[in-house]
Write a protein that binds this ligand. Structure first.
Ligand code: S3P
Length: 452
């Protein structure tokens, strides 16, 4: 399926595709999988997880937990975590390698801030460039000692490798400088280990999987969504979460690439089943509907307080049209902006993407990367400090070529689906796709795409 290029980097070759058709499921939600593993480790007994995401990021979380003494058995997507409780975590014998995963690094900072030992957290080249002062600053205020690498070019910030010397923590009231579920979750984990209440407010409501799952597992966490506030008060709590079963729905962030592919490839009709539809994540669907996409969304049930369902996307000769993705819509589609940029590239008119400064510090600088890749494909695009605008081709094919994803899984997948509507061949270095969606190329093939 994958070809090798001269530097023996795996490469996907994509050509203009016939209609995509079929019903598929995508791998388990990456954000929920991290939390199922990590919170499972804090349970009072075994937690059985089904449908776990098997991407590289979730593997990093699993390996880090094992290094801290948590027994985990895995058979494919079925995983059994023997909860040891907070007090059962042991100092690791070596640095915890978070790989490419910002979620692993930031959530473990919060977890380890309250443990009475030192831990070192490392990451790959991309993660080592990502800002960590945002998590170190409040955790230091709570009482943890956190050191990291400094960069002359970005004074005042902190970068991996990080050393966390945990200990007795004191609850704080903290206003997050950015809406960030990674940061919020780190502070919730620290708050569970602190003396007194921790009150966390954020400027917008970021994904709330931690709050939902922790409440489901019996943690002393309450939410005030209108105030975008979370209160953690462990007074009188025994430090253990409820054991039981956890089922992870499919990842809407992965599904987004298949749905957008169906909307841009003529005569396509694709349904993604059993996918998470948490409203803090469904901005991508709202943005596509605003673009006049033909989507059918059906909620079929709940998993741990999270709505789950199916999404059907059908190509239509009534083309997509430009819209604005900013404000809370941008926050609720933060990981799907690369997929939305591809939809915008084929639409009628201009799509304005704004309030997206955070995209500059994701796995790559996604604004720079999206702008460069759309320009390579012959699409009109304009860069701004906190966003970009795309003037679509109104359904006309774009150009192929070699995608440069900057080591970013979502940029590689965006480049690949754009290749489905390119006049000539597209090549995508594909090794990073396994970070979140190892079966991406295989599912595209199942749907009938020309990917080889
Ligand atoms: C995530 C939160 C988001 C998101 C990331 C996963 C999570 O990051 O972009 O892919 O699982 O908590 P921020 O919290 O930094 O916005």
């Amino acid at each position: 399926m994958k070809q090798q290029n001269q530097s023996s980097e795996p490469l996907l070759r994509i050509s203009r595709s016939p209609a995509l058709r079929g019903r598929v499921s995508v791998p388990g939600d990456k954000s929920i999988s991290h939390r199922a593993l990590l919170f499972g480790a804090l349970a009072d007994g075994a937690v059985e997880i089904s449908g776990l995401g098997l991407g590289g990021d979730n593997a990093s979380t699993m390996a880090a937990l094992r290094a801290l003494g948590v027994p985990i058995q895995q058979a494919g997507t079925e995983v059994r975590v023997e909860g040891v409780g907070l007090a059962g975590l042991q100092q690791a014998a070596c640095p915890l390698d978070c790989g490419n995963s910002g979620t692993t690094m930031r959530l473990f900072c919060g977890l380890l801030a309250g443990r009475p030992f030192a831990s070192t957290l490392t990451g790959d080249a991309s993660l080592s460039r990502r800002p960590m002062a945002r998590v170190a600053t409040p955790l230091r205020r709570m009482g943890a000692v956190i050191d990291g690498r400094q960069e002359a070019a970005r004074p005042g910030d902190l970068f991996p490798p990080l050393t966390v010397r945990g200990g007795a923590l004191q609850g704080i009231e903290y206003q997050l400088p950015v809406a960030s579920a990674q940061l919020k979750s780190a502070l919730i984990l620290a708050g569970l280990q602190a003396r007194g209440r921790t009150v966390i407010s954020e400027p917008g409501l970021s994904r709330d999987h931690s709050e939902r799952m922790l409440r489901f597992l019996g943690a002393p966490v309450s939410v005030e969504p209108e105030q975008r506030r979370v209160v953690v008060d462990p007074t009188g709590w025994n430090g253990r979460l409820r054991a039981g079963t956890v089922s992870v729905p499919g990842d809407l962030s992965s599904a987004a690439f298949l749905l957008v592919a169906a909307l841009i490839v003529q005569n396509s009709d694709v349904t993604v089943e059993n996918v998470g539809l948490n409203p803090t994540r469904t901005g991508v669907l709202d943005a596509l509907i605003a673009m006049r996409a033909n989507l059918e969304i059906t909620v079929t049930g709940q998993a741990m307080g999270e709505p789950v369902g199916s999404v059907r996307a059908r190509w239509s000769d009534r083309r997509l049209r430009g819209t604005t993705v900013a404000g809370e819509l941008a926050l609720r589609s933060i990981d799907e902006i690369p997929a939305l940029a591809v939809a915008a590239a084929l639409a009628d008119g201009t799509t304005e993407f704004g309030d997206l400064r955070e995209l500059r510090v994701k796995e790559s600088d996604r604004i720079t990367c999206i702008v460069r890749e759309l320009q390579r494909a012959g699409v009109t695009v304009r860069e701004a400090p906190a966003g970009f605008s795309v003037t679509g081709t109104a359904g006309q094919p774009c150009q192929g070529g070699r995608v440069q994803p900057d080591g970013d899984h979502r940029m590689a997948m965006a480049g690949a689906i754009l290749g489905l509507v390119a006049a000539d061949a597209t090549e995508v270095p594909s090794q990073d796709i396994a970070t979140s969606f190892p079966s991406f190329a295989q599912l595209l093939q199942v749907l009938g795409a020309s990917v080889g």
